[in-house]
Design a protein around this ligand. Structure first.
Ligand code: ZN
Ligand code: ZN
Length: 343
């Protein structure tokens, strides 16, 4: 089968085509597993963190991709509600133990044995992939393959970030960065908290225009100040400047939730601008969001189909995977990026 692999650490500044296109045997599903014929796979910023070594695959090579839409080709499990030919999704959570203290209280995203799709095990930048039957999601017919893919990570992690904000209807919400996840959060907030005004900070003009078009109250550059202080801010950028600047925009008791699996080191010096009375005093909180649970994924798919809301998607032919990665890195194209097998 054709697939893309990460086979070593690479710096995108000097290597704009870090993924290697290879052919590998079609994997064999074991007991309790499904073989999927992949239709589409979302491209996520986490792939860049894997390639550049901030969250490296434990073993090379690995097939990346954790927002997979596929058709069940072989079924070696016992689930009766899933049949050959059904369309299902696979998300970042490939496996959690189900027995540890975190798993037992619904926090399988924090499981010490968490296995991440497309990093710890082969993912969906391929014609076929194998997955455990308990870690797939049914996809409602209203979404096309490429519309459904971003729901699985950008949407699910967006929902998790929003929950960690403890937002109430009418609270003010900031979003730093306006990529795939933030645009899904914006739609979700408009649906669940209609009186909440959203303020978007983005360095890229494309992202600011995109946010305004989606109905945010205000959009400015990273260091601009919105007209009001904010109750909560969700940061979806890979850098530190935005974090420090966002900290200064909060009300007393305000929260900042960092939705980024890793931060880049390039502007880390900016943290020296951290000023305790200005940025943290008055019970201001900072929290990160890690991984997703199956419940997050299911819940976001349900909400997106109920709204209903279809994500804005940029499709790339399968052979264009490296281009899609670079477009995320450069933040030059709006919306969610998705590889499609037939285009
Ligand atoms: Zn992702
Ligand atoms: Zn566990």
């Amino acid at each position: 089968m054709k697939c893309w692999i990460i086979d070593r650490k690479a710096d995108l500044k000097t290597e704009p085509a870090p993924l290697k296109r290879v052919d590998l045997p079609v994997p064999e599903p074991g007991s309790g597993e499904l073989l999927l014929k992949v239709k589409a796979c979302g491209v996520c910023h986490t792939e860049i963190d894997e390639i550049e070594g901030r969250t490296p695959p434990p073993v090379y090579p690995v097939i990346p991709g954790h927002q997979v839409i596929g058709l069940v080709e072989q079924h070696k499990g016992t689930r009766k509600d899933i049949r050959i030919g059904d369309r299902v999704g696979v998300a970042w959570i490939y496996h959690a133990c189900g027995k540890c203290a975190y798993c037992r209280k619904g926090q399988e995203n924090l499981c010490p044995d968490f296995v991440a799709t497309g990093r710890d095990i082969h993912g969906g930048y391929a014609e076929f992939m194998v997955v455990a039957e308990d870690f797939v999601y049914k996809i409602p017919d209203i979404f096309t393959d490429s519309e459904a893919a971003p729901l699985l990570c950008a949407g699910a992690i967006g929902l998790r970030s929003l929950r960690l904000c403890h937002l109430k209807n009418g609270n003010s919400l900031g979003l730093t960065g306006f990529g795939a996840s933030a645009h899904l959060v914006l739609k979700l907030v408009q649906y669940q908290y209609p009186e909440t005004a959203i303020y978007v900070f983005a360095r890229s003009r494309t992202e600011r225009d995109f946010a305004l078009q989606y109905g945010c109250a205000w959009a400015g550059d990273t260091k601009e100040r919105p007209p009001v202080k904010l109750d909560c801010i969700i940061d979806t950028t890979p850098v530190w400047t935005t974090v420090v600047e966002a900290l200064a925009c909060r009300k007393p008791g305000g929260r900042l939730v960092i939705n980024a699996s890793r931060k880049e080191d390039e502007d880390k010096d900016y943290l020296l601008n951290l000023d305790y009375p200005k940025h943290l005093w008055m019970e201001k909180e900072i929290k990160s969001v890690a991984n997703v649970t199956r419940n997050d994924v299911e819940e976001f798919i349900r909400l997106a189909s109920e709204m209903p809301f279809t994500p804005e998607v940029e499709e790339y032919a399968f052979e264009m995977a490296n281009q899609a990665i670079m477009d995320i890195k450069n933040r030059s194209i709006r919306g969610a990026k998705v590889l499609v097998m037939e285009k």
